[in-house]
Design a protein around this ligand. Structure first.
Ligand code: SAM
Length: 334
């Protein structure tokens, strides 16, 4: 039933807002790419001074700064701009909870999303062959740290930490989940497994956390190297969305073999409901993996639980992380 003219006008606006989301998004990403938030960390500046610092046109930068101010991310006082609101809280260099690295990584992702229609047509990801530059790798891995810093405490609360002494963080990136668990388990030790250039970053983060004497590292490809063990807990966080079913089944079976009897496998990811359409964060993330990987996507809770059950692991419980991620805990019994 068509509604009143007023109702229709409201719905027109809803569709415009939904489809024009890229404007706010591209405004923020342009500022990230140009270094606006970093340059305004801890000091206010005029558009002209900032334009000189960032090698931008004064006119272009001022229009960008005004739009960021309209988004409540900057404050304009006379002629000087400063960080404000969410930008002051999360994009100010050096502040606890910094999220600038993950936004830098998302700038690179946005440049792939622009080609989504072509990727959907061909099922070929964008520039899969391109190796990440050291700076891109750093933004990606520290971006994982930015995300995990907000969710690791929920992982601690979700787990029963009794009897956990040996932990493997498989493809652990910066190792943030392992670090947080070790801070709660003074007698435990852990290992981060990842590619050699990522382990360099994990090592640096481990030193920062003061945990060097309790963390070991395995540098290599998780499809090839031995996992060591036996482990009381293996964490597989934000990994399965990069691979197809058979690769994930293989990873799970390697991980399960490396567990001690009674040990736990913890899988964290964006999980979809059985119909694969919701929550929308997870179905949108599936597109992220379509554009960036050969065969990755978001999986449903049920798909992941089936792989675990097929290995004879006992499903213990599901949990939520933040608003869009989930965790599945499974245990090796015999
Ligand atoms: C999305 S990040 C997740 C990092 C970490 N688990 C977390 O949740 O914060 C994916 C990680 O998997 C690692 N990775 C991907 N393929 C791998 C492979 N074949 N062998 C080892 N590590 C791999 C990447 O280097 C990266 O650190």
């Amino acid at each position: 039933m068509p509604g009143t003219h007023g109702d229709q006008q409201t719905r027109r606006t809803q569709l415009s807002d939904l489809s024009n989301g890229y404007r706010a998004s591209a405004t923020i990403f342009s500022a990230i790419e140009l270094g606006v938030f970093k340059a305004l960390s801890n000091e206010s500046k005029s558009a002209d001074d900032l334009a000189a610092d960032l090698d931008c046109s004064p006119r272009g930068l001022r229009i960008l700064l005004d739009a960021l101010t309209g988004l409540d991310l900057l404050l304009l006082d006379d002629v000087r701009y400063s960080l404000h609101g969410l930008a002051d809280e999360f994009l100010c260099l050096g502040k606890h909870g910094y999220m600038g690295d993950i936004l830098e990584h998302n700038v690179a992702m946005m440049k792939k999303w622009v080609h989504m229609a072509e990727v959907v047509r061909t099922d070929k990801p964008i520039q899969r062959e391109k190796v990440r530059s050291p700076q891109e790798l750093r933004s990606f891995i520290l971006g994982m740290q930015n995300i995990a810093a907000g969710s690791a405490q929920q992982m601690v609360e979700f787990l029963d930490l009794t009897n956990i002494g040996r932990i493997l963080d498989l493809a652990g990136g910066p190792g943030t989940y392992l670090h947080t668990l070790l801070h709660h388990l003074p007698a435990a030790r852990g290992t981060v497994l990842d590619f050699p250039n990522v382990i360099d970053i994990a090592l640096e983060q481990t030193e920062k956390e003061g945990l060097t004497d309790r963390v070991d590292f395995i540098r290599g490809d998780m499809f090839e190297v031995e996992y060591g063990g036996p482990w009381d807990l293996v964490i597989i966080s934000n990994i399965i969305h990069s691979f197809d079913d058979s690769a994930n089944r293989y990873l799970f079976s390697k991980a399960a073999s490396s567990l001690d009897i009674g040990g736990f496998l913890l899988v964290k990811d964006f999980f979809l409901n059985e119909n694969r359409t919701s929550p929308s964060d997870a179905s949108l993330f599936s597109l992220n993996m379509l554009v960036a990987t050969d065969s990755g996507r978001s999986y449903s809770w049920q798909e992941c639980e089936l792989w675990l059950a097929e290995l004879g692991l006992k499903l213990i419980r599901r949990g939520r992380v933040g608003i869009s991620s989930g965790m599945i805990l499974a245990q090796k019994s015999e």
